[in-house]
Design a protein around this ligand. Structure first.
Ligand code: SF4
Ligand code: SF4
Length: 441
């Protein structure tokens, strides 16, 4: 529920939705004839890929680009690869997509690939990282950042979504099984579960800390959970893992339980879909389903200039294609009619101060935005806390001048990373050159 402030003197109250006590069974989207699987690795034209156009794949095959790749996706069907190509995502991120044409007579019920690996971190990381919910097994394997606390999210980060809550409300038994397996895999006993403050847990799960999350946005964003419930602050530019804390969704925990208990891979992703009227439908779609298939099933028409948002209204990112596939961490899809899209202006800041007042990270947003608009990214970080931003979008929501502040912030952080990485490369080249010159002298 979104309530704007009646007059500009008070901060808006943005409330998270609470899952219905007895939610409807999710609508199942049939498996499409062609699946699009996105792999988080860039194609390298100098290397030969393992898979080629025409390669046959089976349900449960681990698809990688190169022999030394660590990134993978699992094939949810038997079929043939019809395309392998580069995909450009937000802010110039590059990945690769495989298009798989499903076998004409493929029957998911008859084709189950067994998963019989031991309950240990190596096989879990090797085979289960691509399950619905994206279990972050690689974070548990990082020797430089030892994880001591796991936080399972039974709450949804953004408004309007209740995908994580759905598992809390409907699959608590499987969550308990998944938690036991997670403890065994990671050896970590300190586990907390986030629940909405108004949600009634039928029973207190054993050996878990319960964090009751405020119904007011942005209380369910990881940085806020860490501050409010663990009394710690994620360092500027850092991640929860820097504090030894790892977040995992309720869906990921259930996927782990189903994979080990059922001895099979899981591909069904649950997604909250919000149509142009704001009606929410929970759908179950196989990973790799293009989102136009979901829209077709729900009778949603996407017209020119409508906006498709992957994620919720505050933190989501616009998608430019209806062929965007369902991904393991895709919890929400929204479509907004072109007439309802909020206006974005190129008016200058009028210094009303609303953004500063709502910012949970206490950033001088009115000053930060000036430096970002001028492309002064290092100054934005050094003097105006660019890296302390938790990307909640509250500043953009209240901005009188309708400045797309969150987009400026995301672009600023991306450019800052590029500047730093280019500088490191150039410093490294300088020092290599100096060493070479010294050796030749
Ligand atoms: S998005 Fe805006 S309001 Fe939210 S933390 Fe960042 S600067 Fe502050
Ligand atoms: S950025 Fe927007 S909200 Fe912030 S001071 Fe300027 S006009 Fe006001």
């Amino acid at each position: 529920m979104i309530k704007r402030a009646f007059i500009g003197l008070t901060a808006p109250r943005l409330e998270y939705d609470l899952v219905e006590p007895d939610p409807k069974v999710p609508e199942t989207i049939p498996i499409p004839p062609r699946l699009i699987l996105l792999l988080n690795e860039r194609l390298d034209s100098t290397k030969e890929t393992i898979l080629k156009k025409g390669s046959m794949v089976k349900n449960g095959d681990r698809l990688c680009l190169y022999r030394d790749s660590t990134e993978y996706v699992l094939s949810p069907v038997n079929g043939t690869i019809t395309s392998i190509a580069s995909y450009t995502g937000d802010l110039g991120t590059y990945s690769t997509y495989f298009i798989i044409e499903k076998e004409p007579l493929y029957d998911e019920k008859k084709t189950v690939t067994e998963f019989t690996s031991p309950v240990e971190i190596d096989p879990a990381n090797r085979f289960l990282r691509a399950l619905p919910g994206s279990p972050p097994f690689n974070a548990f394997m990082n020797p430089d950042k030892k994880i001591q606390t796991i936080v399972i999210t039974g709450t949804d980060e953004d408004l309007l979504s209740d995908t994580h809550q759905y598992f809390l409300a409907n699959h608590l038994d499987e969550m308990n099984q998944g938690i036991k397996i997670l403890k065994q895999i990671t050896g970590i006993d300190q586990i907390a579960l986030t629940i909405p403050e108004k949600f009634k847990l039928p029973e207190q799960p054993e050996g878990l800390q319960i964090f009751k999350i405020s119904s007011l946005y942005p209380g369910a964003i990881p940085e806020m959970i860490i501050k409010d419930h663990l009394n710690k602050v994620v360092p500027a530019g850092g991640k929860p893992e820097d504090l030894g804390i790892c977040f995992i969704s309720s869906e990921a925990v259930v996927s782990i339980a189903r994979a080990y208990k059922g001895k099979k891979f899981i591909y069904d992703k649950l997604i909250s879909v919000i149509d142009k009227e704001g009606t929410k439908t929970m759908v179950r779609a196989i990973l790799g389903t293009p989102i136009h298939r979901i829209f077709r099933q729900l009778n949603i028409t996407a017209s020119e200039k409508d906006r498709i948002v992957i994620g919720g209204p505050m933190k989501g990112l616009a998608s430019y294609t209806l062929y965007q596939p369902v991904l393991p961490d895709m919890d929400t899809i929204m479509i907004q009619d072109k007439k309802d899209i909020s206006h974005v202006s190129d008016y200058p800041c009028i210094n009303c101060g609303k953004c500063v007042k709502v910012c949970p990270a206490h950033i001088p947003v009115n000053l930060l935005v000036r430096f970002l608009e001028a492309g002064l990214y290092e100054e934005s970080a050094d003097s105006y806390d660019l890296e302390s931003c938790i990307e909640c979008g509250m500043c953009a929501y209240v901005c009188t001048a309708e400045i797309p502040i969150l987009q400026y912030i995301r672009l600023g952080r991306h450019e800052l990373l590029k500047i730093r990485s280019d500088r490191e490369d150039s410093d490294r080249e300088d020092s290599d050159r100096e060493e070479e010159e010294a050796a030749n002298a």
